[in-house]
Ligand binder design. Structure first.
Ligand code: GLA
Length: 407
């Protein structure tokens, strides 16, 4: 036991340092290939859709040319299926040579030259979820390899890890290995998601090692998926909300806006609610072909400002009243983001009235406040006082997002 104490101290110090890796002070923003492009490896049949150097260079060009970078979307991230099926003769991971002819180093240079950062993917077990080589037994080497390529973010999946002990140990060891490289690398984990079916995650510990972490199932391009993520988050908000903050965030998974499955109102809901939840904003869509409406929503400065608020507090559901949900998120400068979500999937728009005294434990509008609507369209609601109530009209499965600032 006595011998274990210095070791424990060293581990704790290292863990604290991992948290203070200087990155993700606000939720990271970028693009991640998975939801839209999955594991496309046949570049002969599908040259523009396969997971390849071309996909990422084209996406980097668009991100730099069409306002995405300026809006804050900085990390261009590779998900699963980038690697060759085997390691090289020195045991290092390598990109599939046919699909990434210049390797990851050249791609990183290309991405950096456009003012963006590059993310990559690996897995704590001996295989990734899609069956490519995992990092088990190679944590130090893989961290060094990623750093030597100029990688800025690692998404570390939790498939095929063998046991809960190996899962936790692997997530810790990769965090320390990344730290040791000296390169600031955002560390994106799925540790609590893989742990939860068997064990209640220890979020205090997870935050010491990870910059953000997935808690729940993969997002799909559907309203059902968005709805279930929101409901799950609200049901677990007592343990999730308090842990989020600069350097460590709950990750409800990618934005699927601009794809096929969400109506306009549902896309508004995803954008508004991901801002309320202080979620990392990783779009998974085809930026080369995206509607002007989806682009307007994803680049909306006021919603992004809420998501990126420097106070870094995650929002929560205040009430669920029949089919209406009222959420709020405390912001810097005595302000609150407020969302009214209408869950009914039949009929038309409905009004929801609520007293401003409900917000911020009575403080948001005390003695008065200004109210601004941000989504679905911007609108000034003027000055209100503590006893005022507000009535907003919300479309089925839509959300009205407001910014309420105390005066
Ligand atoms: C898991 C993750 C997804 C994605 C796939 C890739 O399902 O949760 O986000 O990375 O693996 O195989």
């Amino acid at each position: 036991m006595a011998a274990a104490v210095p070791l424990l101290c060293a581990l704790l110090l290292a863990a604290a340092a991992a948290l203070e890796n200087g990155v993700a002070r606000t939720p990271p923003m970028g693009w991640l290939h998975w939801e839209r492009f999955l594991c496309g490896t046949d570049c002969t049949a599908q040259p523009r859709r396969c997971v390849s150097e071309q996909l990422f260079t084209e996406m980097a060009d668009v991100m730099a040319a069409e306002g995405w970078r300026e809006a804050g979307y900085q990390y261009l991230c590779i998900d699963d299926c980038w690697a060759a099926p085997t390691r090289d003769e020195r045991g290092r991971l390598r990109a599939d040579p046919r699909r990434f002819p210049g390797g990851i180093r050249r791609l990183a240079d290309y991405v950096h030259a456009r003012g963006l950062k590059l993310g990559i993917y690996s897995d704590v077990g001996n295989k990734t979820c899609a069956g490519f080589p995992g990092s088990y037994g190679h944590y130090e080497l893989d961290a060094q390899t990623f750093a030597s390529w100029g990688v800025d973010l690692l998404k570390f999946d939790g498939c095929n890890s063998g046991s809960l002990e190996l899962l936790a140990e692997g997530y810790r060891r990769m965090s320390l290995a990344l730290n040791k490289t000296g390169r600031p690398i955002v560390y994106s984990c799925e540790w609590p998601f893989y742990l939860r079916p068997m064990q209640q995650p220890n979020y205090t510990e997870i935050k010491q090692y990870c910059n953000h972490w997935r808690n729940f199932f993969d997002v799909y391009d559907s309203w059902n998926s968005i709805k279930s993520i929101l409901e799950w988050t609200a049901l677990h908000q007592d343990s999730l909300v308090k842990i989020a903050g600069p350097g460590g965030w709950n990750d409800p998974d990618m934005l699927v806006i601009g794809n096929f499955g969400l109506s306009w109102d549902q896309a508004v809901t995803q954008m508004a609610m991901w801002a309320i939840m202080a979620a990392p904003l990783f779009m998974s869509n085809d930026l080369r072909r995206i509607s002007p409406e989806a682009k307007w929503l994803l680049q909306n400065k006021e919603v992004i400002a809420i998501n990126q608020d420097p106070l870094g507090r995650q929002g929560y559901r205040i009430t669920k009243d029949k089919n209406f949900e009222l959420w709020e998120r405390p912001l810097s400068g005595r302000a609150y983001a407020v969302a009214v979500l209408y869950q009914q999937e039949i009929g038309g728009p409905q009004n929801f009235s609520f007293s401003l005294a409900f917000l911020g434990n009575g403080l948001a509008c005390n003695p008065a406040c200004s109210v601004r609507q941000i989504l679905p369209s911007s609108r000034d609601w003027g000055v209100h006082n503590w006893v005022s109530s507000l009535s907003v009209e919300v479309n089925p499965t839509g959300t009205v997002l407001l910014r309420v600032a105390a005066l």
